[in-house]
Design a protein around this ligand. Structure first.
Ligand code: ATP
Ligand code: MG
Length: 248
């Protein structure tokens, strides 16, 4: 049975999608079979892999709402050893529709369970919101990884994410673990160092190492439609994500 990770933070642009794509490539390098799920209607992950979201007729939306078998939506990601369930804007309609269903919060867990057996790792890329999709991801996962920028206000709103984590853990998923990944760290600035130390102090052994530094290579790799691990193989950033993959 695969280990399932939700990559979540309701703050936008903190590195969720980058982390999902980079860890997937790093796991694949270790010889593991990986499934990526794009749970964001903006389809950042599908796009970051160089795929055109609107090209797909069958997406995660049809799995969650039309009860289509999840394997019907699986496509090759372009990275060897990594499969993808894509998303597109259709998914924007999913939340109000899901809410009408009994047990809506277990929908993803139920459709994922039979498929997860065929993989070593499953990574769920959440949208920047704490709605039904992120809740479904937290119910389905064993670990939630929260990317936090090493910048002022990084922890603003984190209280709400923690409340959702606590609620899911209490009511639906008692084994759920929380891990913090510090991203966009700039060692030259005092405030980046201060924020990173503050995060380490608050979350202690729940903080993942190493810290992911800020570098333009990530933007370059997105333009190239690749993860940093494949795009800049020997960069410090690629190496950092490989170490995080080994650590988890
Ligand atoms: N460590 C980093 N250093 C510099 N740029 C980064 C880093 N990590 C990610 N980025 C860039 O920051 C932008 C936002 O990253 P990403 O899309 O991964 O965030 P996200 O949390 O998924 O955003 P959203 O909430 O909108 O889905 C992207 O352009 C990405 O290339
Ligand atoms: Mg994203």
């Amino acid at each position: 049975m695969a280990k399932i990770y939700a990559i979540a933070n309701q703050k936008g642009g903190v590195g969720k999608t980058t982390t999902a794509a980079s860890l997937a490539a790093a796991f694949a390098e270790l010889g593991q079979h990986v499934l990526l799920l794009d749970l964001d209607p903006q389809a950042g992950l599908t796009g970051a892999l160089g795929l055109e979201p609107e090209r797909f007729d069958v997406t995660i939306y049809h799995v969650l709402l039309d009860k289509l078998a999840l394997e019907r939506a699986v496509v090759p990601s372009g990275v060897e050893g990594v499969d993808l369930v894509p998303a597109n804007l259709d998914l924007a309609a999913a939340e109000p529709e899901l809410l009408g269903e009994i047990g809506w919060d277990r929908t993803l867990k139920d459709v994922l369970s039979p498929v997860a057996r065929g993989y070593d790792r499953v990574l769920l890329d959440c949208p920047p919101a704490l709605g039904l999709l992120t809740t479904n991801a937290l119910v389905a996962a064993q670990v939630v990884i929260v990317p936090l920028q090493c910048e002022y206000l990084a922890m603003r709103g984190l209280k709400h994410l923690q409340q959702l984590f606590d609620k899911v853990k209490r009511k639906a998923n008692p084994g759920l673990e929380l891990r913090i990944l510090r991203t966009m760290f700039d060692p030259r600035t005092t405030h980046s160092r201060e924020v990173s130390e503050e995060i380490a102090r608050i979350f202690a052994d729940r903080v993942l190492a190493p810290i992911i530094r800020r570098t333009v290579k990530f933007a370059d790799s997105t333009v190239a439609g690749k993860s940093i691990v494949s795009y800049a193989r020997n960069s410090e950033a690629a190496q950092a994500y490989r170490e995080v993959a080994r650590a988890i």
